[in-house]
Design a protein around this ligand. Sequence first.
Ligand SMILES: C[S@@+](CC[C@H](N)C(=O)[O-])C[C@H]1O[C@@H](n2cnc3c(N)ncnc32)[C@H](O)[C@@H]1O
Length: 282
Amino acid sequence: MDKYYEFVYELKASEEEKIIDQFIKYGFNSFYFEEDVESSKTFLKLYVKKEEQIKDILDLLSMYGLKLLSKEITEESKWLEEWKKTIDVFELIDGIWINPFSNKKIEKPGIVLNIIPGSAFGTGLHSTTKLAAELLRKVGCTGKDVIDVGTGSGILSALAKKIGANRVLALDNDDLATEKAKETAILNNVDIEIKESDLLSAVGEHERFDILVSNIVAEVLIQLMKDPKFDKILKNKGFVILSGIIESKEKLVIEQAKDVNLVLKEKMEDGSWIALLFQKKI
Ligand SMILES: C[S@@+](CC[C@H](N)C(=O)[O-])C[C@H]1O[C@@H](n2cnc3c(N)ncnc32)[C@H](O)[C@@H]1O
């Protein structure tokens, strides 16, 4: 059984959102909040698998001056059990449901995706994933070849496949994410190619895609567009969905997109998060 380091902090409920945003930017997903109704205290429980991540994550939290209550070594199964108590089946976007339970079959009108969270990002609860999912459905995946850069749990790749994509290539530079994405493919009985890759490094020179989807952060999305393979791998009139952009970085992303021949087709927003849909000029 995999070992995790468990850290428990006490915090103010008003700090929850800021902390979630910091974790998203870092690509960290294995945490949840617990509220004690009697004492009206809020606790943050986080689970770190890689020792080298501990310093980064604790540094991130240090700016909030939170009180560390405990630190111990635990097992993945234990934290998943705890996490499951805080979550239920939910609708990712209209008609697309997420079932986070491995032992429960659910019947819902529409599509059900089985996503068991681990330390990979992509439970479907965050706005950036929802926005990307909405745009994927909007452009339509039927018969299309899709590349998902920064796949995390594999949630968007599984969705693309379920809504009719032909080929799906899922990439992530984190080996824990590619492991989870493989599990997601099996759980959903879909055929997805999954590779460990820093941006497009693992993509062959001659591979071509109709849709590229990437939910990371603006700085990394800009790097992605600067990758010399970016233009080549996208078919003419191909679509690019970029999510994980905060308001203040939107302009920078659009500027870079113009430089690589992309035309802005649609913008979606949720709170301070933005997702953009572009189409490649011929
Ligand atoms: C915000 S998560 C998105 C997960 C999932 N696609 C979703 O929409 O919920 C971003 C993912 O990008 C990955 N990532 C970050 N930088 C990357 C890079 N340079 N190359 C490939 N993947 C990267 C992270 O490991 C993380 O799994």
